[in-house]
Design a protein. Structure first.
Length: 161
């Protein structure tokens, strides 16, 4: 008998397998166009993502921003092969040599505080301990806010049968 593959919501009330994780926030405040930033926090498959294989990523704006035509955010998981001591080398104000793990396309509309924009497709989660490396390709600086920070968030998803 065939079995259906279904979305598994886990214990999270938001519909994700486990609660969504803020990957980076204060590190991207006022990030200049073409600038880069790396998260301070180390994420692991078991502790951070509930061992989910896939995730849904989005940017949550903490202030107003109007991106240039064709603007986007590039995001890479920089990994650690030794359990979180040493990480993949990241350049300053340049992308990594490999393709981004996910991108978030931006419209030319004026985003207001608390607006969201989602990545193209689902994101394959890293196995090794990792940090998030971001490049701002929005054509303008990211918002600066003393009360509410912009952030890139990841909601782990899973299927069951």
């Amino acid at each position: 008998m065939a079995t259906n593959f279904l979305q598994a919501t886990g214990g999270s009330t938001t519909g994700y397998f486990v609660s969504a994780v803020t990957l980076i926030s204060t590190e991207i405040v006022s990030l200049a166009s073409s600038g880069t930033a790396t998260s301070a926090t180390i994420y692991t498959s078991s502790a951070s993502f509930g061992q989910a294989i896939w995730g849904e990523a989005w940017v949550y704006w903490g202030g107003a921003i109007t991106p240039a035509a064709g603007g986007f955010i590039s995001c890479w998981f920089i990994r650690s092969g030794d359990g979180g001591t040493n990480f993949e080398v990241t350049p300053t104000s340049a992308p990594l040599a490999r393709s981004p793990d996910f991108t978030i396309p931006l419209s030319t509309i004026a985003y207001a505080s608390s607006n969201e924009g989602y990545a193209t497709g689902i994101v394959k989660m890293p196995w090794a301990p990792s940090k998030l490396f971001v490049q701002n390709n929005a054509g303008t600086a990211f918002p600066s806010s003393a009360t509410q920070y912009s952030k890139i968030v990841l909601g782990p998803v899973a299927v069951q049968y």
